[in-house]
Design a protein around this ligand. Structure first.
Ligand code: UDP
Length: 328
């Protein structure tokens, strides 16, 4: 299939593109490069294009016989979404709609969508199931949930089939060491821990040590980026077999606390990693763990790098080789 990947120069996108390049599919990447890195896209066709640019998108669809889309382009910072909701609704919803419009014009009716565990908000129980209530607590989560609802309407009205993947905490880096996580600003725990190990930060702040968890710190479900990327390929191939639309949690099903992450990183890196308790970060639920039953049963997905040590070791390899990210 000719598969268009939007946001293919980002952290998730570059890993999805790399996995796709190892299949028989043809890859066409679009990314506006506001956050993404051109050198992270390891092959296929590349277009620097914003999804809001209707004419440019139409050209790309006309030049390539696109058969399916993996839609990852989005803004994804929770804090920023609270202060700039306009940006989030513009980029994650309005530009997404533009993409759907162009897809329909070209009769492309298969879409894999990158959604988020943030659609659940504060979970009532864990592990979180896809059928649990969705009550996002910030504009980022709402923009993703609204887009899922738009997709459901487009399925009913135009027979557009979609698979929405609700990511838990993507982490780690491709085994090859060629691509990895490079955000500016960096807000995610594992890269911040590793930057502290490198001495690029003096200490890690632990956001909250009085949660009702086994060691007082928040628990998250870390999923290796390669396992996460592979789920997209299973999803798009399932849609190619005329599957019905569906929604899947994409997490390993295991939870680790902030302290466990730091301790594992100390072991992997053999560095001290100073860490100090700090205030809770507003909006952080104590525990987020996916039930990954549905995706395992229906997509046949199985994580291959599900131990925390491997996840951190692959991230560490990337950080060591690229101490200042892609600019290194
Ligand atoms: N966290 C932390 N210190 C940091 C960054 C993150 O204690 O400098 C915690 C955060 O409160 C959360 C967990 O690490 O409980 C994972 O945060 P991250 O931002 O990586 O992902 P999120 O779960 O917010 O998507």
């Amino acid at each position: 299939m000719n598969i268009l990947v939007t946001g293919g120069a980002g952290y998730v996108g570059s890993h999805v593109v790399k996995e796709l390049l190892e299949t028989e599919h043809q890859v066409i990447t679009v990314d506006n490069l506001t956050k993404g890195h051109r050198e992270a896209v390891l092959g296929g066709e590349f277009y620097q294009c914003d999804l809001g640019d209707y004419q440019e998108l139409r050209k790309i669809f006309s030049q390539h016989q696109i058969e399916a889309v993996i839609h990852l382009a989005a803004d994804s910072l929770v804090g920023e979404s609270v202060t700039s909701p306009n940006k989030y609704y513009q980029n994650n919803l309005a530009s997404g709609l533009n993409l759907l419009e162009v897809m329909l014009e070209h009769s492309v009716k298969k879409l894999v969508f990158s959604s988020t565990a943030a659609v659940y908000g504060e979970p009532k129980s864990v592990p979180i199931k896809e059928t649990d209530p969705t009550e996002p607590t910030n504009p980022y989560g709402r923009s993703k949930l609204f887009f899922e609802k738009i997709l459901a309407d487009f399925d009913r009205a135009y027979n557009l089939k979609y698979i929405s993947l609700r990511y838990f905490n993507a982490a780690g880096a491709d085994n090859s060491g060629q691509i990895g996580e490079d955000h500016d600003p960096e807000t995610h725990l594992i890269p911040l821990v590793l930057q502290t190990a490198q001495g690029r930060r003096q200490q890690l702040e632990i956001y909250g040590t009085d949660y009702k968890t086994r060691d007082g710190t928040c628990i998250r479900d870390y999923i290796h980026i390669t396992d996460l990327a592979r789920a997209h390929i299973l999803a798009v191939e399932k849609l190619a077999r005329r599957a019905e639309s569906s929604i899947y949690n994409l997490g390993s099903g295991d939870g680790f606390s902030v302290r466990e992450v730091i301790d594992t990183a100390r072991k992997v890196t053999a560095h001290d990693i100073p860490a100090a308790p700090a205030e809770r970060r507003p909006g952080d639920p104590p525990v987020l763990i996916a039930s990954s039953k549905r995706i395992k049963e229906e997509l046949g997905w199985q994580p291959q790098y599900d131990d925390l040590e491997t996840i951190i070791a692959t991230a560490w390899q990337w950080h060591k080789n690229n101490p200042t990210g892609y600019s290194s």
